[in-house]
Every structure is written in C-alpha cells, then in structure tokens.
Design a protein around this ligand. Structure first.
Ligand code: GUN
Length: 289
C-alpha cells in the first residue's frame, strides 16, 4: 500500500482562486477597477491554445477583465512588439502574458524584454528575474510559485532542507532554485548532464522534477519520506491507442517511498493559473488601480 500523502493541487488552486475572486469583488464594491489580464498567443499549437483558453476562462470567472489576442503563426516580431507597446500603455491592462514558445521568426528574448516589468505577471522579464535573485519586490514565475505553495502546504518552514531541482529552464528550474534558496534550503540544480542523477536525487528532502521526460524519476531515486513535486506534463500513448498525461516521476512507484507527492494531472498544473491570477491582482493593486 502507498505511504505518501497525495498533494491536492486542484483544491489548493481553488482556494487561491476563491481568495483572488473575493478580493476582486471587494474592489468592485468600493468602485475600484477590476484587474485586466491580456493574453497573447501566436500560432495554433493545440497545447498552448488550451493553456491560454484556461487562463482567460479562470480570469473571467475570478471577475477580471480578460483581453485575448490570438495572432496567426506568421506574425512578425515588429507586429507583436507594437501590440505589446500598446498594451503597456493601456491603463485597463495590468498583466500581460505572452504564451511561450513563440514561432521561430520571433526573438523571444526581445519580446519578453518589451513587456513593462510592472505588467510582467509571468515574471520572465530580466528585471523581475534579477529581483528574484536579489530579493526585491518583483513578479515571480507562476509555476515555481505554485510549487513552493504546495511544498509549504506540507512543510511550512523548509529552512535547512536539502532541495534538489531537476531541470534548469528559465521558466521553472532556475526560478524554483532561487525561491528555495530564499527559503533557506540547501539547493542543488541537476540537469541532463548531471553525473549520477539518481544519487543526487536521493539526497533530496524536497525533490522538484522539471526535466520534461515522462516517468524518468524512479522510486529508487527518492529518499524515504521526501516531498516530491512533479512539474512534468507529458502526453503518452496509453491503452487502446488513447493518450494520457503523465509526469516526470513514476508516480505509482514513487508514492510508495515519498512522504508527500503531487499527482499529474491535478498537482502543479492548476497552481500555475492560480498564481498567474494572484500576480495579476497584485499588479493591479500596485498600479493603484
Ligand atoms: N509556456 C509554458 N509555460 C508557460 C508559462 O508559465 N507562461 C507562459 N507565458 N508561457 C508558458
């Protein structure tokens, strides 16, 4: 039988969304503006379309204004930059989200740097990355923020814990490591070139898997009692040709060893949107709107 507590990301996200919706309702009651979130999607990648649709739907449900911009795959960089410049100037827009990845003809770095850091609710702008490093007041990327929330739901004071983050992307791995460092964990960032990855993972009291390889992390890589946070969302073919989602962790094996573990789906995934809406509300409050 399984020993691990299964961390319910759906419930944690619902609680945050309810809190955000309550704060927006009270803003409206006193005549303050509703937060506005602009989403920009370039191209027709089905996964990106589905993520952006969910972001807009949840934003509207929470009482936000949502401004959707779906642009064709052949959109030029200048056109996208011009749209972002107009959203930067628009007082009704408090948060701007450019869904990644962008098509090859567009330089993502230039696009990310063109977003007003005060509206960068994704926390991808170099100014916000820097503030995460130096401890200033900026926006933190939503997925790592959601992971930390789930970690703290199990371990409210993680100071001193050994944390291993597997993956070094700008969106998840690097900001996750910084957040855990800010919590005074001892942080190791492992990646595809790490020597003896299983033994590095076995050091972890907190293991965050964000490498994008279906079920790569095995039960034998996990320290008994560890908190395992699975950021992976991988579509694999299942029985009778159907496809299903699995994480980067072999959940069924790992739950026998871990102390607490997030499922896929229903773990980290719902937290990303919840944190996005919380960041957007905060951007609106900071703007004095
Ligand atoms: N693509 C994958 N994850 C994300 C995210 O959190 N934000 C944006 N903008 N694009 C993504």
């Amino acid at each position: 039988m399984s020993g691990a507590r299964v961390i319910d990301g759906q419930a944690a996200a619902a609680a945050i969304l309810a809190e955000v919706a309550g704060r927006i309702a009270s803003r409206k009651r006193r005549g303050a503006t509703a937060p506005g979130l602009a989403t920009l999607l370039v191209g027709d990648d089905p996964a990106s379309q589905s993520y952006v649709r969910s972001k807009n739907k949840r934003a509207s449900e929470a009482g936000m204004r949502s401004f959707e911009h779906a642009l064709p795959a052949n959109t030029g960089e200048a056109e996208l930059l011009a749209l972002i410049a107009s959203l930067n100037r628009d007082a009704a827009v408090h948060g701007i989200l450019v869904q990644l990845p962008l098509p090859a003809q567009i330089d993502s770095g230039r696009v990310i740097e063109s977003v007003d850091p005060a509206k960068d609710v994704d926390g991808f702008h170099p100014l916000n990355q820097g503030r995460l490093l130096s401890g200033g007041p900026g926006f933190v990327p939503c997925t790592p923020l959601g992971c930390l929330h789930l970690i703290k739901s199990v371990l409210p004071a993680p100071a001193g814990a050994e944390a291993v983050v597997v993956g070094r992307s700008n969106i998840v791995g690097k900001p996750m490591a910084q957040l855990l460092l800010r919590e005074s964990c001892t942080v190791t960032v492992a990646h595809s070139k790490t020597r003896d990855l299983p033994s590095v993972c076995r050091r972890a009291d907190i293991l965050v898997a964000a490498l994008g390889r279906p079920r790569m992390i095995q039960a034998g890589w996990i320290k008994p009692g560890a908190i395992v946070i699975d950021v992976g969302i991988n579509r694999v073919s299942g029985a009778q040709g159907a496809s299903r989602l699995v994480g980067d962790v072999d959940f069924e094996g790992a739950r026998e060893i871990a102390g607490a573990i997030t499922p896929v789906p229903g773990g980290v995934g719902p937290m990303t949107i919840a944190m996005l809406l919380r960041n957007t509300l905060e951007a609106c409050e900071r703007a004095g709107g």
